[in-house]
Write a protein that binds this ligand. Structure first.
Ligand SMILES: Cc1ncc(COP(=O)(O)O)c(C=O)c1O
Length: 504
């Protein structure tokens, strides 16, 4: 406990100085909302003291480069001095972070309640005695799973934790295949000896020709099975062997949505029809489609949204073809869209069969209905199967989310952001387009990928860390403690960055 307060004091002390500097140096608007911050003591404004990456970051990059490729490193972080929505780097810059470790910080940096939880005796035990959960769980494990994971969604009856998003999806696909083969054989018994022998040679019938349908521009991870269902960018896939699995188009809507209702509804119809055709084609070829996987909003592939009717149509198709309907909520889950799970916006007729999660949930894993429970031990298994320390953290995150009404906050701030972005688009015609969002899961497009990249660089020089996606989009992925005053700072920085980009 003593340690927790020590850490908070260190964080606060570091930040007091930077907040002062921020007031002196920031060129950002002073009219930002000033409601009380959800993370006490966080700075009011970003501070930019050097080019980013600064000299110390560059030095460290050289050092790291001796042992590891550093092409994707943006800058080195001073985690002790980061707080709330602000990330501090090793060069003294303090930046408003609307990308938050690739959408994976639920409560920003150094949230006081997570610091306190980090020093609890049960966290110490969980940290130094990492169990093989599938075989040797702690006595409190069932209760911890219930309080951290089973409060929502109420209609999913089982949960399986995993280490990361990719391996959650990978294991969920295995669960689909097991159920599909049981149905084909008409038995839940262990597979016959012929199957057990042929699988050792990677041949049918033990290694069957089963497939998973995914969608153009999808991102479901980078391990071998999940990578086959990923279809966002060649750099993720090129040179890596892939399985011959079906693909269907994801709707590409015209914006603004209310002006293109008929065209977008026709686009839904086209994509649903192509999905069903792809399933029938693969089934006819004996490459049976055991399930489909889809993001509620395609993130990495360009923040593409689709209508509730489209998802309802997919669920019907999945039922008709007796295949699993799986929703990948790795990026959309944990309250950011204004509901705990983005698929809760879709008015589905019953729960999806499987819902995977990771990122802000801190642990990976997937929910599933009773049907997808494996019929024998070790069929879905690995050494760790998650991490109790992460589930303890998640338990505290959920408690803060309830106490501080953070899902409602995401809905409110998201609406505020959308209004602000639409205002900027009107004032600067031709620069921002396709402004879209649910909660704070907001994105917009620039006319080209080159302009998007330049805008992100200018934003960073103004003290804002943002992320790109798709060909020319910027995606906002703030944490759940992102409030209206942070949105105002972001919008002010964006407008002045666009002025630089547009040359006025
Ligand atoms: C929708 C989605 N699924 C799966 C993944 C893979 O998660 P991980 O990087 O934890 O393996 C990601 C990661 O960005 C994702 O956005």
């Amino acid at each position: 406990m003593k340690g927790a307060f020590l850490t908070s004091r260190v964080v606060r002390k570091g930040l007091q100085a930077s907040t002062l500097q921020a007031r002196q140096r920031s060129s950002l608007p002073e009219q930002a909302h000033q409601t009380a911050s959800l993370v006490q003591g966080e700075p009011n404004y970003p501070v930019v003291a050097t080019a980013i990456p600064g000299p110390k970051s560059q030095e460290l990059m050289k050092d790291l480069n001796d042992i590891q490729a550093v092409g994707s490193v943006q800058f080195f972080v001073d985690y002790a001095r980061s707080l709330g929505n602000y990330v501090a780097d090793v060069d003294g810059n303090v930046l408003l972070d609307v990308y938050t470790q690739i959408a994976s910080l639920p409560l920003g940096y150094n949230h006081p309640r997570l610091l306190r939880a980090a020093h609890s005796p049960e966290m110490t035990l969980a940290s130094v005695n990492r169990p093989a959960l599938g075989s040797f769980p702690d006595a409190r494990w069932p209760q911890k799973l219930r309080s951290a994971l089973m409060w929502l969604p109420r209609d999913m009856t089982n949960v399986q934790t995993m280490a990361c998003g990719s391996c959650s999806n990978e294991n969920a696909y295995k669960a689909m295949f097991i159920v599909y083969r049981n149905r084909q054989r008409g038995s839940e018994d262990l597979p016959p000896i012929e199957d057990q022998q042929s699988c050792m040679l990677n041949r049918a019938p033990g290694s069957p020709s089963l497939t998973v349908l995914s969608f153009e521009h999808a991102f479901h991870g980078r391990t071998l099975g999940s990578l086959t269902t990923t279809r966002s960018k060649p750099i993720h896939k090129v040179d890596i062997p892939a399985l011959d699995w079906p693909v269907a188009p994801f709707p590409m809507y015209q914006y603004p949505l209310d002006q293109f209702a008929a065209e977008n509804s026709a686009e839904d119809e086209r994509c649903l029809q192509r999905a069903e055709e792809a399933i029938e084609e693969y089934n006819r070829a004996g490459k049976w489609v055991a399930g489909m996987v889809i993001e509620p909003i395609q993130a990495e592939g360009g923040d593409n949204h689709a209508s509730p009717e489209f998802f309802q149509g997919l669920q019907k198709i999945a039922r008709k073809h007796q295949m699993a309907f799986m929703i990948d909520e790795v990026q959309t889950g944990c309250g950011v869209t204004g509901k705990m799970w983005a698929h809760q916006w879709f008015g589905l007729d019953g729960p999806p069969d499987i819902v995977s999660f990771s990122k802000k949930m801190l642990t990976g894993g997937y929910y599933h209905t009773d049907k997808y429970r494996p019929n024998a031990p070790y069929r879905i298994y690995n050494t760790w199967m998650g991490d109790p320390a992460k589930v303890l953290q998640l338990e505290e995150v959920i408690s803060v989310m309830k106490d501080d009404k953070l899902i409602e906050n995401a809905a409110d701030v998201g609406a505020h952001l959308m209004t602000g972005l639409n205002g900027i688009a009107e004032r600067r015609p031709g620069l921002l387009s396709r402004i879209r969002g649910l909660g704070t899961f907001v994105a917009f497009d620039l006319p080209s990928g080159g302009q998007r990249d330049k805008l992100m660089a200018v934003l960073r020089s103004k003290g804002v860390v943002s992320g790109g996606c798709g060909d020319a989009s910027i995606r906002m992925r703030p944490s759940l403690v992102f409030q209206r005053q942070h949105a105002d700072i972001y919008l002010g920085a964006l407008e002045s960055a666009l002025a630089e980009l547009g040359g006025d």
